[in-house]
Design a protein around this ligand. Structure first.
Ligand code: NAP
Ligand code: FE
Length: 364
């Protein structure tokens, strides 16, 4: 067995304030990476700025990371970072700014490279990096992955480098600004990470332990998610589940549902969490170790797979694709070697078609 998760994680109220010194120890001039609005509203950006001022560190802000961030945006930010001479990077926000921050930290540390290098097999190191999550979904603060939209290739893909943050400052209080749509979609992403790591070819005791704990935490927040009225206690459960889920997928990676979801997100703009949620039931159905599926269901507080399916449908709704899209997506997935490798059984194009058909409505 092997397990590697080198990020220093603090999860507590006022984590940024309490660990200002460790944040400042990462360098002299910080590059803050955020989305357009939310970090200014939920207090996370102000907390980081305050901590840096207190520790006498200068900083520059790039606040233009879009959802499903593109290689182009990352390249633009890296140019600014280089001009400003920053020597460490802090990602603040959901998975989009946190993932962008990883790629930006890599490009600034290697000023002679162009953005193309993000998808090349080179030995490159990134600048020191801290992450401050404001959604309880991607777990990017504890994963080495950065998923970018690659317009040149009409897809969304993980970059070639595994970049763990040096420091993750996790505070569930930022979730109180998130509306029900974002909360649900990100919580379902965390659920997908827990399940896809648990039901995975690379699973062993380490990630199973993390997934099992994460699922039982997720279960405690699920009724509040359904009723649309989560409070501080549920925010804590969800944030903890999401950070733990990040550790779990750091070990195994995600599986088929994440691969299948990218078509819906890239081509139809379906939010990441919703898109991965749509395929969870079909994945469970296809997983041949029924005892393990039962254990997962029980930890999540469901008696039967059907109950799980109904619950998810109530949370995220249903989506349709055409027959032609179904054929194309199923074919495309058959060349997604990485995700296929995480499914422990034989997969055929016909089976893949059935998984899409079970998860989405089809129209002519
Ligand atoms: P996101 O794309 O980062 O953010 C979605 C929306 O939520 C944005 O409009 C954002 O606003 C807003 N928002 C963020 N925090 C908020 C808060 N506390 N209150 C109110 N609004 C808030 O969403 P995400 O689901 O966290 O990240 C999705 C991305 O992560 C995708 O690109 C996905 O592929 C990737 N991902 C990465 C990993 C990994 O391991 N690295 C794993 C799974 C998914 P602003 O834009 O104004 O900030
Ligand atoms: Fe995900």
């Amino acid at each position: 067995m092997r397990f590697y998760m080198p990020t220093m994680v603090y999860q507590e109220t006022d984590a940024v304030k309490k660990h200002a010194k460790e944040l400042a120890a990462l360098g002299k001039k910080a590059f803050l990476i955020t989305g357009k609005h939310s970090s200014k509203v939920n207090g996370s950006l102000a907390d980081v700025e305050e901590a840096l001022k207190q520790e006498r560190r200068s900083f520059v802000l790039f606040d233009r990371v879009e959802e499903n961030p593109s290689v182009e945006t990352v390249a633009e930010a890296a140019e600014l970072g280089k001009q400003e001479g920053v020597d460490f990077v802090i990602g603040i926000g959901g998975g989009s700014p946190m993932d962008a921050a990883k790629a930006i930290a890599l490009l600034i540390a290697n000023p002679k490279e162009t953005a193309k290098c993000l998808y090349e097999p080179k030995e490159l190191k990134a600048l020191p990096l801290a992450e401050v999550p404001t959604t309880a979904g991607t777990g990017s603060e504890t994963t080495p992955y950065a998923v970018l939209t690659y317009h040149e290739e009409h897809t969304k893909r993980s970059i070639s480098y595994r970049i763990f943050a040096d420091l993750a400052l996790v505070d569930a209080k930022y979730l109180s600004c998130a509306g029900p749509g974002i909360l649900v979609s990100t919580a379902v992403d965390a659920l997908a990470h827990l399940l896809e790591s648990y039901l995975n070819k690379g699973a062993n005791s380490f990630n199973e332990m993390l997934s099992e704990r994460g699922m039982s935490l997720w279960a405690r927040a699920k009724e509040a998610l359904r009723s649309g009225a989560p409070g501080q206690q549920e925010y804590q459960y969800l944030m903890e589940a999401s950070t733990i889920a990040g550790m779990a997928i750091s070990h195994t990676g995600t599986s088929l549902p994440h691969g299948m979801s990218y078509y819906l997100t890239y081509e139809k703009g379906v939010p990441h969490g919703v898109a991965v949620g749509l395929f969870q039931y079909a994945y469970m159905e296809a997983f041949e170790d029924r005892e393990k599926v039962k254990r997962a269901l029980s930890l999540l507080g469901f008696e039967k797979e059907e109950d799980f399916r109904e619950f998810l449908t109530e949370l995220i709704g249903e989506y349709s694709i055409t027959e032609a899209e179904l054929d194309r997506y199923a074919k495309g997935m058959m060349s997604n070697v990485k995700k296929l490798a995480n499914f422990p059984y034989v997969m055929t194009e016909e089976k893949m078609r059935q998984m899409f058909a079970l998860s989405l409505k089809t129209e002519a």
